[in-house]
Unconditional design. Structure first.
Length: 663
């Protein structure tokens, strides 16, 4: 993957200064070993994700990668020190491939992103001491470890935005290479060195020491021409379609005839360019894993098939050899008789020499002997069939050895066939699992900012009677619910516990049915502190709007989001803490979280959850997988509608006396 150049980083830095102006750090993640994603909140814009990949890239992203369920230590350290802090500065260090972001909290922190070599991401305190690096590194002049003073790498090369003609002259005079290699190694990189030489008209392979004053002028002017748009922020973000695609912040002569896709910002261009590559890389990693899994069974199957063929071959050959021994019974017996008689006088070595001499003299009967070893085993060539005959055994016994080998091989074939059938099923099963697993591989998907309906900015659900119920998310929206959205005929609900949402049933013209009252009680209880406390049920009360007041009695104080209830309260005892989540069609398809009785009225595709032990993010992943076949939702969309606290799934069959069939 292409690493960002000095020019790329200059452009990214210039844009991030505006994008992250007054931004507040929200969370940090580490989706891969070298990649950190920091989520910022920008006033007036909302969420902004910035991805930092050590040694490669930095840019905002609309393709947030899937994060691990158990976060590594580095992003947890970033959260500890940076969460809630404000970005005060984004700058590039000396036109090098180093970016620095300053963040002010109760103390000042700095995040340094090194994009040269294999790169690094380093958190510093206000004294410039390393709190923690993504990777610990040790060089002769730099020690990137916790509690060490951070030192920038030695400066090298030139700054093309400020370089003088005299500096260029010195650069070329001290170089023993050609012009283009000298420029490339000075910090410009190959692409921009080639662009400068192309615009200058000077031969790029000319030795640097041979440059003329006129050629020096041409190169200096060409450098100014190439890089002057950076000084005035006249960027032209683009992705070049060529044999090797590229992403650039400037127009280059080299690519003037190539097809280009332009973007409003270089951050957007970089996001499209790198995210597509990352998606392919993620898929390839999973493909390789499954190829190894399938290959393991295929290799086993190959060995088993080869073994089967060997057994079949053994059956055929041993039968032929056994029959060959009987077919040459008399000739073999004559040889055995001669050997037995000779053994009374001679040793095995003497007999071997006699047989060799007889074969040379072409003595009749010895021509079928290939060899005799000192153990008395003959190797015979019986009309082209090579057999071994032990002279210490009878001919039937020698033949039986071959027949027994064939029988043994035949018995083993049955077991091999069973093993082959089992392995073939394993291969097929692994291939099927691979297809299913590859479908579930979560490559980064573009996060499209959705325009929320007014009620989606709150807690909400549509009751089984068709009435809209809304609830607050925090103190601010609790105030909004009562002051802006509650009308005279509505019903106000609140859980009888500290830390609960203000919930309002929008009554319309008619009376609110009892079924809606019960559903709203369950909703109000579920979105209260009773959920995070792990309760199974809680008491909820409802009152009319004229009983809800913000005016305290003398000596009392009513905080933001809190209200005074006057008069009698209507209690609904033991309201169950259950939330169903599904996709409904209410002014368009959208996710809804509310009582199960309400969800079943509008969709078959829903899940039911209760207070439990699984983190919201993990539950959101599982819920999204279960209900979102059309890929309408992001993980954040699901997290947004869940109660505060951990939860678990509920088997709908556990509910006795409740009708969970669609009405």
């Amino acid at each position: 993957m292409k690493a960002m150049s000095n020019v790329d980083i200059y452009t990214i830095c210039n844009e991030l200064k505006e994008i992250l102006k007054d931004a507040r750090v929200d969370k940090a993640y580490q989706p891969t070993r070298d990649t950190v994603l920091i989520r910022f909140h920008v006033p007036g814009k909302g969420r902004v994700d910035v991805v930092f990949q050590a040694g490669l890239r930095v840019h905002t992203t609309q393709y947030p990668p899937e994060n691990p369920q158990i976060p590594p230590s580095f992003p947890m350290i970033l959260r500890k020190h940076l969460k809630g802090g404000n970005v005060t500065c984004v700058k590039q260090h000396n036109f090098d491939r180093i970016l620095k972001i300053n963040i002010q909290k109760e103390h000042k922190y700095s995040l340094v992103i090194e994009l040269f070599a294999k790169g690094n991401i380093i958190l510093l305190d206000e004294e410039g001491t390393i709190i923690m690096p993504l990777k610990r590194k040790l060089w002769e002049d730099r020690n990137i470890s916790s509690k060490e003073e951070y030192k920038y790498p030695p400066e090298r090369g030139i700054n093309p935005l400020e370089v003088t003609k005299e500096e260029l002259e010195t650069l070329f005079a001290e170089s023993d290479r050609d012009l283009i290699r000298t420029l490339a190694s000075s910090g410009l990189g190959g692409l921009y060195a080639e662009e400068v030489m192309l615009r200058s008209g000077v031969k790029k392979d000319k030795p640097s020491s041979d440059i003329t004053p006129e050629e020096l002028d041409f190169i200096h002017n060409a450098m100014s021409d190439v890089f002057s748009p950076l000084k005035t922020a006249q960027f032209h973000p683009q992705i070049i379609s060529s044999e090797k695609d590229d992403v650039l912040p400037l127009n280059l002569t080299k690519y003037e005839k190539y097809e280009k896709k332009t973007f409003e910002t270089f951050n957007q261009a970089a996001d499209e360019f790198y995210s597509s590559i990352v998606g392919d890389d993620i898929k390839q990693v999973h493909e390789d894993v499954w190829a190894a899994e399938v290959g393991k069974f295929e290799k086993r199957l190959k060995i088993q098939m080869e073994t089967l063929e060997k057994f079949k071959d053994t059956i055929v050959k041993t039968k032929i050899k056994g029959e060959a021994i009987y077919s040459n019974y008399q000739n073999i017996q004559n040889i055995l008789d001669i050997i037995h008689n000779a053994r009374e006088t001679y040793s095995w070595l003497d007999i071997i020499d006699i047989i060799k001499k007889g074969k040379k003299e072409k003595v009749s009967g010895l021509d079928i002997i290939e060899s005799l070893d000192k153990m008395g085993v003959l190797t015979l060539n019986l009309d082209g069939t090579i057999v071994n005959v032990d002279s210490n055994m009878s001919i039937p016994e020698n033949a039986e050895i071959y027949y027994n080998k064939g029988k043994k091989a035949k018995r083993k074939i049955s077991g091999v066939n069973i093993a082959i059938e089992k392995t073939m099923k394993e291969v097929e099963r692994a291939k099927n699992k691979r297809e299913i697993a590859m479908e579930k591989v979560l490559v980064p998907q573009k996060r499209v900012r959705k325009e929320l309906k007014w009620f989606e900015k709150l807690r909400w659900f549509l009751s089984s009677d068709g009435l809209l119920v809304i609830g607050g998310r925090d103190a601010t929206t609790n105030e909004m619910i009562v002051k802006k959205h509650m009308e005279n005929r509505d019903i106000y609900f609140h859980s009888d516990i500290h830390g609960a949402a203000s919930v309002v049933v929008k009554a319309g013209e008619g009376e609110v049915p009892e079924s809606t009252l019960n559903e709203t009680a369950s909703f109000a209880g579920s979105f209260s502190s009773a959920w995070s406390a792990g309760f199974g049920s809680t008491d909820v009360y409802w009152v009319h709007p004229d009983q809800v007041s913000k005016t305290p009695q003398s000596g009392e104080f009513v905080g933001k989001g809190a209200f005074i209830i006057r008069g009698s309260r209507n209690f609904i005892r033991n309201a169950p803490l259950l939330v169903a989540v599904g996709i409904v069609d209410y002014e368009g398809k959208r996710i809804m979280a509310g009582p199960p009785e309400a969800l079943v009225k509008y969709t078959d595709n829903y899940v039911v959850i209760k207070p439990g032990y699984t983190k919201k993010e993990e539950m959101a992943r599982q819920i999204r997988h279960k209900i979102d076949e059309e890929k309408l939702l992001s993980i954040e969309d699901v997290v947004r509608v869940l109660p505060s606290g951990k939860c678990d799934f509920v088997d709908k069959r556990q509910f006795k006396g409740r009708d969970f069939k669609r009405k």
